[in-house]
Design a protein around this ligand. Structure first.
Ligand code: ADP
Ligand code: MG
Length: 311
């Protein structure tokens, strides 16, 4: 029996999405109609390709969750409140069971973060998922706002997702509870929206850590024209990274991607406020031209790999 057709997929799986704030017209017409709140709109898009970003046979609910969460993380990094998103879905076939689990994972995640699905596109081809998000911000956190003497802070533990990757890719056998923890770390990263909202007024710059701390911090350094002095012993290394990667945990925390914690900079008088929120200070910005200088107990720490780049 052939699966549902394009219009049936849209109707059965996606058009029932709850309509949130500012949605004058949702799924079903040529465009959605949206009423922006005061402030600036922030928008970002990310594509997840099967067998590049996730195994093609991965749990569809988890794939959907990750697709939306990585985009929400970009909104957090900009100090934007999530409003709306669209979904461009390319499917090799129309499998009702896959679609049901994907749509449930997507819409549950959307509800949890208060963002509504307002449109998309559905086509046939190699499995790929593109999500575009739109949020609203009064105080954007750009990469170029950091200043000399500002502290460098991270919002939480690092290295878990990179340690989880070989497990998620079925390249490594682990216990059942380690597998669950690995899937949680890789597919369900926590977009740091509340941390961003709490720090929005005092932070000078921010970036989300998708390609690895040192690489992403490098973006702030280049955009702001400064050098980062990083004290490696201060990095909050995720417990899962320690369990799965042992001695390599620190390296994964510094250079592994996919954690989606925030790295932000703060004038020193606000350091205590950030610490109270659970953020960890890992270094300081000095004059320079975009370098990142990691040191372990005072000695230069040579990192084996730069951040991930597709090309
Ligand atoms: P058009 O041909 O005018 O581009 P489509 O037939 O592609 O319109 O889509 C019809 C409606 O369904 C539009 O409102 C579109 O935004 C929505 N839509 C299509 N695919 C999806 C999807 N995967 N998720 C959510 N909405 C979708
Ligand atoms: Mg279309």
């Amino acid at each position: 029996m052939p699966g549902p057709g394009e219009f049936q997929i849209i109707r059965d799986y996606f058009s029932g999405a709850p309509q949130g704030e500012g949605v004058a017209l949702g799924i079903g017409d040529d465009c959605a109609l949206l009423q922006p709140p005061p402030g600036l709109l922030a928008t970002s898009v990310d594509t997840l390709v099967a067998d590049r970003h996730f195994p093609a046979d991965a749990n569809p609910g988890l794939i959907a969750s990750r697709a939306l969460r990585v985009n929400l993380s970009d909104l957090a990094a900009m100090n934007a409140r999530p409003l709306w998103f669209t979904l461009a879905l390319t499917l090799p076939d129309s499998n009702p069971d896959w679609l049901r689990r994907f749509a449930d994972g997507l819409l549950q995640t959307a509800e949890a973060f208060g963002i509504s699905l307002v449109g998309g596109d559905t086509t046939r081809g190699p499995l790929s998922i593109t999500v575009e998000v739109i949020g609203s911000t009064h105080k954007p956190l750009r990469r170029d706002g950091a200043g000399v003497g500002h502290g460098i802070h991270v919002s939480g533990p690092l290295g878990a997702a990179a340690a989880a990757l070989p497990v998620v890719l079925n390249e490594r056998e682990v216990t059942e509870s380690e597998r669950r923890a690995a899937e949680e770390a890789y597919y369900r990263p926590q977009p740091q929206l509340s941390m961003a909202a709490a720090l929005g007024d005092i932070a000078s710059a921010a970036v989300d850590i998708s390609d690895g701390l040192l690489a992403d911090l490098g973006h702030i350094c280049k955009a702001s024209g400064l050098t980062a002095e990083v004290q490696m012993e201060k990095l909050p290394v995720a417990a899962l990274a320690q369990t799965l990667a042992g001695e390599r945990a620190l390296q994964l925390a510094a250079t592994g991607g996919d954690d989606y914690q925030l790295c932000f900079t703060l004038p020193p008088e606000h350091a205590e406020a950030a610490e109270k929120l659970g953020a960890v200070c890992i270094g300081t910005l000095t004059e320079g031209q975009g370098e990142v200088r990691p040191r372990l107990k005072g000695e230069p720490w040579v990192h084996p790999s730069a951040g991930f780049q597709h090309f």
